[in-house]
Design a protein around this ligand. Structure first.
Ligand SMILES: [Zn+2]
Ligand SMILES: [Zn+2]
Length: 238
């Protein structure tokens, strides 16, 4: 089966990405994707774009041959009360929203705090994807998290970049295995994302597929393969 979407990508606008939007689009086309998501880091990320960046997406064409571009945000979870780093009126204008925990945008708490912070973020109706819930710096109660994601209709991301040997998100392999075991138990869906910070990695899921194969994760719970799954991941009509 072939993944036809990658909704987690960054450009030079994030401050620590190395490709332009045009380069990302060209690579997504070369990879035969049907959906490419621009998920720039929210303004709380050092070097990240100002909120004006997110208010000007109207100027970006969305269709490139067979490729549909979606312009969204990887918003920073900022506390355990549902705080995100973009005002509500702008969040509502995003094609889609990923919510993630990143240092230094939120101080890691204990397992309870991090789980509550993630669940509160998922309860925001704009949030349809929880980014990389695999980071040992932010321990999570996966049983509780997966049940909440299923209830809220939020996709849990399996992040290919977390598995890079030099990735700062330590313990990702073990955490992804645990996450997937609860997703199987509760029949919760996941979304594969590359979290590309350079065009060359767009649409490539080699590291996560190794784990998917090794735990025999059912393909029916992976949202990347069927174009109609896009409707549950975005906040716009397509
Ligand atoms: Zn992230
Ligand atoms: Zn990212």
């Amino acid at each position: 089966m072939k993944s036809i979407m990658d909704l987690h990508t960054h450009t030079i606008a994030s401050g620590h990405g190395y490709s332009t939007l045009q380069e990302n689009i060209m690579e997504a086309q070369r990879m035969g994707l049907q959906f490419l998501g621009l998920s720039e880091h929210g303004p709380a990320m050092p070097g990240g774009p100002h909120e004006y960046f997110f208010s000007n997406y109207k100027c970006i064409p969305r269709q490139y041959g067979n490729l549909r571009l979606l312009c969204g945000i990887e918003a920073n979870i900022t506390d355990d009360k549902g705080g995100l780093d973009l005002p509500e009126h702008l969040l509502e204008r995003m094609d889609y929203v990923i919510a993630s925990m990143h240092p230094p945008c939120v101080t890691p708490g204990g397992r309870e705090y991090n789980t509550r912070a993630s669940i509160k973020a998922m309860q925001n109706p704009m949030v349809k994807i929880l980014g990389h819930p695999d980071d040992a710096r932010y321990p999570l109660d996966y049983d509780e998290l997966v049940r909440a994601a299923k209830e809220e209709g939020v996709a849990l991301e399996v992040n290919n970049s977390s598995l890079h040997p030099m990735a700062p998100r330590m313990g990702a392999k073990e955490n992804i295995e645990t996450l997937l075991s609860y997703c199987m138990k509760y029949q919760a869906s996941v979304l594969l994302g590359t979290d590309s910070h350079i065009s060359y990695t767009i649409g490539k899921y080699d590291a996560v597929m190794e784990i998917i194969e090794s735990v025999q994760f059912p393909r029916a719970l992976i949202l990347n393969y069927e174009p109609e799954n896009i409707h549950g991941l975005v906040n716009i009509k397509l």
